[in-house]
Design a protein around this ligand. Structure first.
Ligand SMILES: C[S@@+](CC[C@H](N)C(=O)[O-])C[C@H]1O[C@@H](n2cnc3c(N)ncnc32)[C@H](O)[C@@H]1O
Length: 345
């Protein structure tokens, strides 16, 4: 992965999304974070293979580590412990959203013998839940847990390169939260189609980067209102789209690849416990926890690439944390679940 300040190459004015504020805006608007819910902040503080050495040669930006150079791979998120904790919180939250399920595809347990989790992050729980299945998780960073059952193994693989898996081999292929890391979704889904067994399923879950609100409480010039614009602009700079939710990119790629019976479902993930329903409240708590814990791990690389200075990023993050604890703000993210079947013949 290239250095954040030099990667990409497109002129910044060519890629900026309308309404994005420059880094300097934040330095001129220092945040007073004294009234951030201290109990909440305190509870956040308390939460908590054999690898080729080149894989461990991480890049660093402002003290945070990022994946080592691997071909064309470019992942904007940090891979250090704080980011891994945040990934685990997001995983827990998403599982809650699916009422404890790990996927939505109509899999028949007895037919699922081989499973692939692309960009697995800290790993997949699929192997624990399906002891008879053999599960492969791939990623460009070795962030996976070492405590996994014997039916699970991990491989360092860049999913944007040609896949080396045998054709027609996986009964289920899962890919989640790869937004902003994929140069061609058409190619990714084509490769997944080739590796998927006839009758097998491929499932994708991807978010919109924008924080929205139905009551206008997320204002465009606030830190929450700017969050998605920052990602979209950063992604354009690197040629990795964050606009796949809005453009229906994954569905189009699935259709082009040849998947059939495609099912699509949208989820709204509240940010903060502002909804009345107890389950939605809990989802909101966890979404906020994931963001509050390590927003820097998500946005530092992209903001640095867009020329923001360290102090500007710091002030922006202070605003974001303050807004995350503001009970009058009712933000949410949209996410899209999609799955499709590879025809038998
Ligand atoms: C936001 S995390 C999501 C992790 C996991 N899929 C989940 O949903 O919890 C994105 C993961 O994709 C991995 N990734 C990014 N680009 C990749 C690539 N080209 N090939 C394989 N993995 C990649 C990152 O290293 C990171 O672990």
């Amino acid at each position: 992965m290239a250095d954040a300040s030099t990667a990409g190459g497109a002129a910044q004015q060519d890629v900026a999304i309308e309404g994005i504020l420059p880094g300097e805006h934040w330095a001129q608007a220092p945040a007073d974070s004294s009234d951030v819910d201290s109990f909440f902040a305190e509870s956040l503080r308390s939460s908590t293979a054999s690898i080729a050495s080149s894989i461990l040669e991480y890049r660093t930006v402002e003290g945070r580590t990022y994946h080592s150079e691997r071909g064309n791979a470019l992942y904007w998120g940090s891979n250090d412990e704080e980011s891994q904790d945040s990934m685990d919180i997001a995983h827990h939250n998403f599982t809650l959203a699916l009422d404890g399920k790990l996927y939505s595809s109509p899999l028949k347990d007895k037919d699922v013998k081989k499973v692939l989790d692309v960009g697995t992050g800290t790993g997949s729980d699929f192997g624990d839940r399906h002891p008879a299945a053999s599960v492969v998780g791939t990623d460009i960073s070795p962030t996976q847990s070492v405590w996994v059952p014997p039916n699970v193994h991990f491989e360092i693989e860049d999913c944007t390169q040609d896949w080396t898996f045998p054709l027609d081999s996986f009964d289920f292929i899962h890919m989640r939260f790869l937004v902003g890391s994929i140069d061609s979704w058409d190619l990714l889904l084509k490769r997944a189609f080739a590796a998927c067994a006839p009758g097998g399923f491929v499932e994708s879950i991807e978010p919109s980067p924008h924080i929205e609100s139905d009551d206008g409480s997320v204002k465009p010039t606030t830190a929450m209102g700017q969050w998605g614009k920052l990602f979209v602009t950063g992604g354009r700079r690197f040629g990795r789209s964050f606009e796949i939710y809005q453009l229906g990119t994954v569905r189009k790629a699935m259709e082009k690849a040849g998947f059939v019976d495609i099912v699509e479902r949208d989820i709204k993930m509240p940010i903060g416990p502002w909804e009345k329903d107890p389950k939605r409240k809990e989802l909101g708590e966890f979404t906020r926890l994931g963001m509050f814990k390590d927003p820097e791990g998500y946005m530092l690389f992209l903001a640095s690439a867009l020329g923001w200075k360290k102090e500007e990023i710091g002030v922006y993050l202070a605003h974001l944390r303050k807004e995350l604890t503001d009970k009058s703000i009712h933000g949410y993210f949209r996410q899209k679940i999609l799955y499709g079947r590879k025809p038998e013949a």
